[in-house]
Design a binder for this molecule. Structure first.
Ligand code: ADP
Length: 392
């Protein structure tokens, strides 16, 4: 972008060269400034200490600070805990080791606005090496309403639907056994009838074919039921890997909270630092978090105080816990003792499957999911997950 043509042009006086170079620099700076000011993504430039050097107008709109307020401040003020506390260390580690955790790699992270509320954003970080120091540029995009968030949400929801089908399958096993029993009984009856028709003094060969066709039809009906069941539970396998629970929770919450700002919900992420990695199926655990956060945001709709806290922690040597607490109206008296039963719902369009599936997922991971009223109103759902290699 910089116009260095003036430096190379022959036949100019030294003073003229310098003046042109200075002008070229001013031009390119003006160009850069206008780009920074108009680019729809927020741009934040920090130095090696993490101190903010430049804060674009889009960043001002996104975070609710004016550039002058944040200039020279540590960029970690724009992150919720525990990222706030970890950022200096991460930056120092990168400067020391060159190990890339985020630079050059786009990620969905959570930002924190001036009013303390948090929101999902996509962050791409680049590095600029100057003569004697380095700067880092962060391009940020609020994905609250963005397509990618919707797509990811859809992916999670379709997974949820699949799991709900799986769970529904369990519920329906006896109904299906009954359904299978019917055609099989009919086949037995028809075949017995055929035997009677063929035997005796006056075999009824004329009706035999008709009854055998009926037996075939019933047998293939049984086959179709089995086929349907197999399609239903396809993709049933799970994928367990070592994961950072904070990242899993952060991403699921970021997606579940799409639109939360518009609903005036104040979200706090209180993710504990230093949690050990867990062996889990990321998509499944994200479904649980998504479910709990969505239930909480639905419960908060229409409430005066709309606060939601998403926490992680390690209550014991053997387990990590994840907590979703809201200040909503609390649990409905009629359902509070059967929350985890399938098809129990108080919502007009609810399926009543979310909590029962969530509990099956957590139990399949060796953990526990519980929910209960908060002393000062609202509900907290909490699940634990075992730390690998440490029996409880
Ligand atoms: P659904 O959301 O389809 O109703 P769930 O199994 O997820 O199914 O939830 C079952 C019921 O539990 C809800 O209908 C609601 O009555 C209650 N519930 C769940 N989460 C909350 C919450 N955070 N606050 C109040 N009630 C809740």
């Amino acid at each position: 972008m910089a116009n260095t043509g003036a430096l190379d042009s022959p036949g100019k006086s030294k003073g003229g060269d310098l003046a042109e170079t200075a002008q070229a620099l001013r031009d390119s700076e003006a160009q850069l400034r206008s780009i920074i000011e108009t680019v729809p993504d927020a741009l934040i430039v920090i130095d090696e200490q993490g101190l903010i050097q430049s804060f674009s107008p889009a960043a001002e709109r996104l975070f609710g600070y004016v550039a002058a307020e944040v200039q020279g401040c540590n960029v970690n003020m724009l992150m919720p805990s525990p990222y706030r506390e970890q950022h200096d260390g991460n930056l120092a580690r990168y400067l020391g080791s060159g190990e890339r955790r985020i630079i050059g790699i786009g990620r969905i992270v959570v930002g924190q606005r001036a009013d303390g509320s948090t929101f999902p954003m996509e962050l791409a970080v680049g590095e600029v090496k100057l003569k004697d120091r380095r700067l880092f540029t962060g391009f940020l995009r609020d994905i609250t309403e963005r397509q990618t968030a919707h797509e990811r949400l859809q992916e999670l929801q379709s997974e949820l639907l699949r799991t709900s089908r799986l769970s529904a399958m369990g519920q329906m096993a006896s109904a299906l056994a009954h359904e299978l029993n019917q055609p099989l009984t009919a086949v037995i009856n028809y075949v017995q009838a055929c035997r009677r028709m063929m035997g005796g003094d006056a075999p009824q060969f004329d009706r035999l074919q008709e009854v055998m066709d009926k037996a075939v039809a019933q047998a293939s009906r049984a086959g179709q039921i089995i086929q349907r069941m197999r399609q239903f539970i396809q993709k049933g396998e799970t994928e367990h890997q070592l994961e950072d629970i904070n990242k899993v929770v952060e991403e699921a919450s970021a997606l579940a909270l799409v639109g939360a700002r518009e609903s005036g919900i104040l979200v706090r992420m209180e993710l504990s630092a230093g949690l050990p990695p867990l062996t889990l199926d990321r998509i499944q655990i994200q479904q649980v978090v998504l479910n709990l956060v969505r239930n909480a945001t639905e419960a908060l709709a229409g409430c005066k105080r709309r606060e939601l806290a998403i926490r992680t922690g390690q209550p014991s040597d053997a387990a990590v816990m994840v907590e979703v607490a809201d200040t909503g109206p609390g649990l409905n008296e009629g359902v509070k003792n059967q929350l985890f039963q399938p098809f129990v719902t108080t919502k007009p369009k609810g399926m009543g499957l979310g909590l029962s599936i969530s509990r099956s997922i957590i139990e399949a991971h060796g953990g526990r999911l519980q929910g209960g009223a908060n002393p000062d109103g609202g509900v907290t759902f909490r699940f634990s997950l075992p730390i690998p290699g440490r029996a409880e």
